[in-house]
Design a protein around this ligand. Sequence first.
Ligand code: GTP
Ligand code: MG
Length: 195
Amino acid sequence: LFAQGAEFLKGVVAMDGLPPDDRPEVCFAGRSNVGKSTLINALTGRKALARASNTPGRTQEINYFTLTDSHYLVDLPGYGYAEAPITVVKQWQALLRAYLAGRATLRRAFVLIDARHGAKAVDEDIMGLLDKAAVPFQVVLTKADKVKPKDRDAALARTRAALAKHPAAYPELILTSSEDGLGIETLRAAIAAIA
Ligand code: GTP
Ligand code: MG
């Protein structure tokens, strides 16, 4: 699936701008700066397909990418802290929640959590929304290259424990690094298995 390449389709700012729901899609959700856009680049092997940056709040629209003609990959704006005006951030948050709870063809949400920090209140909040909407989700821990093995194991254990409370959660976590490629093939395989 990934060998055939991915392309940017469109940026969406309102629910009525979503592309036709004619194929399965997966999305990448998570706090600002957790590494959503960078992960899409790592998955697709394209350095700058999704725009990434050190400034939280880089992705400001729901960005659709086509993966061959068979799937959509969806890069979402971050939640939590973002360096953008508060009224603008509130608009993204409303759109993000409407999308997560209301997209019929959303097969799985990947919820990205920084491996150094574990799940925060705002992650719990989004996971609760996904439970309520019955959207299956899977946690992806990011930036594994930045964490010491001991802290990494603690973060894994804590996150696993947090997931037990969420009926919509897959029990398996995927530990990734877009920097050194850890977990990328595993995540590709998980997406390829979704029809
Ligand atoms: P928003 O669009 O603002 O919500 O952020 P985002 O979640 O899309 O994060 P983005 O991909 O823009 O990455 C944020 C920063 O983290 C960038 O400086 C990336 O280079 C860095 N980063 C992302 N993934 C990794 C990783 O696996 N390892 C390391 N070391 N840095 C990473
Ligand atoms: Mg982004």
